[in-house]
Design a protein around this ligand. Structure first.
Ligand code: ZN
Length: 344
């Protein structure tokens, strides 16, 4: 390693868990971060500072004022300019470390592009906000044997686990299907505080570093559930959690990768609206959804249909989970709006 690099990463090289061979591994590695919101910005900054040689970060959204409280790579100028998060993050990360490769990609990660987007990666970090994409990452990970690190936050709590295909349970060993729509709060309905984001992202990054330097035995091996406000830390041991009948890691059915379990959004031409197809059989709890959204816009529902109106969009959700977002023709925008308010 040259002198400049050994100086730059000296404190990390001094740490016995990493040392010089570990640093060499980091410099050679490619990490993919799916999502560039709160978790993604913290993960990206840590990995780029640590000298991971190539960091690819994928996001379809734009920087908004309400992101600045926790999304650490963005500033007021980014929000004013409405920059795509992937671009704003790339620019900032290059200022932080110009000697590694940073690649910001403006894309909606979906079954048609995920394998290409993760190609060459040694690790995938989850920074998404919905189960549909997590199951898709899980399929792609098991298929390609690239490990991934699940992470999720809302309010003051968060969850994380590390998935190493062939060794650990996969996400579907634990959660066989996505929770009913509306059953889980989102950051846009229940809020979120930055400390929990930083903690979950830091746990994910630590696991990523262990895997990238080859210290697999150091993995925590748990499903961690942490609440930093109503203090609670539970760590469920996953040693026995691998399911022999798991559709993904046992049967290799890859329903999400094949697009069977999910639907890609579909543009309804001429009506300025997009239909979102959901996993078959995914029920929706309208009453719970109404309670959560009533302070954020106009809510109306009956047994068959739920409607939610904001200044910009109108979201209709049918009892089978299908949604129609009025006010945009962009699939990416529609998905973002849907996941923000309804969840995924
Ligand atoms: Zn599994």
């Amino acid at each position: 390693m040259d002198k400049i690099r050994s100086e730059r990463y000296s404190r990390q090289i001094l740490f016995p868990g990493i040392s010089e061979p570990g640093q060499e591994e980091l410099l050679k590695a490619t990490a993919v971060i799916v999502g560039c919101g709160a978790l993604g910005t913290v993960q990206a900054e840590s990995l780029v500072r640590a000298g991971v040689g190539h960091v690819r970060i994928i996001d379809r959204d734009f920087v908004e004022e309400s992101n600045l409280q926790r999304q650490t790579l963005f500033d007021e100028a980014d929000a004013r300019a409405g920059l795509p998060k992937a671009i704003a993050a790339e620019r900032r990360l290059r200022q932080i470390n110009s000697s590694v490769r940073v690649e910001g990609i403006i894309e909606d990660v979906n079954p048609t592009n995920i394998l290409e987007l993760i190609a060459g990666a040694r690790i995938i970090l989850d920074a998404t906000d919905n189960f549909e994409t997590r199951f898709l990452i899980n399929d792609a990970s098991v298929k390609t044997t690239i490990p991934w690190i699940y992470g999720a936050c809302v309010g003051s709590y968060g969850l994380t686990m590390t998935i190493v295909p062939g060794e650990t349970p996969c996400l579907r060993c634990l959660f066989q299907s996505a929770p009913p729509l509306g059953a889980s709060p989102t950051c846009d309905t229940a809020g979120v505080i930055a400390p929990i984001v930083n903690m979950i992202a830091s746990l994910q990054v630590t696991e990523a570093l262990k895997l990238l330097v080859g210290k697999f035995e150091k993995r925590h091996g748990k499903l961690i559930n942490l609440d930093v406000w109503d203090w609670r830390l539970t760590a469920i041991d996953l040693t026995m959690a691998r399911r022999l009948d798991c559709a993904t890691c046992a049967h290799h059915e890859f329903e999400y990768l094949h697009g069977k379990a999910t639907g890609a959004g579909m543009v309804l031409c001429g009506r300025n609206s997009v239909q979102i197809n959901r996993a078959a059989g995914q029920s929706t709890d309208f009453a719970q959804l109404a309670e959560r959204l009533q302070s954020l816009g106009e809510v109306m529902y009956n047994d068959f249909l739920f409607k939610f109106k904001t200044d910009l969009y109108e979201i209709a959700v049918f009892a089978d989970g299908r949604g129609i977002i009025k006010g945009t023709k962009e699939i990416g925008v529609a998905k973002t709006v849907f996941n923000k308010y309804i969840g995924g």
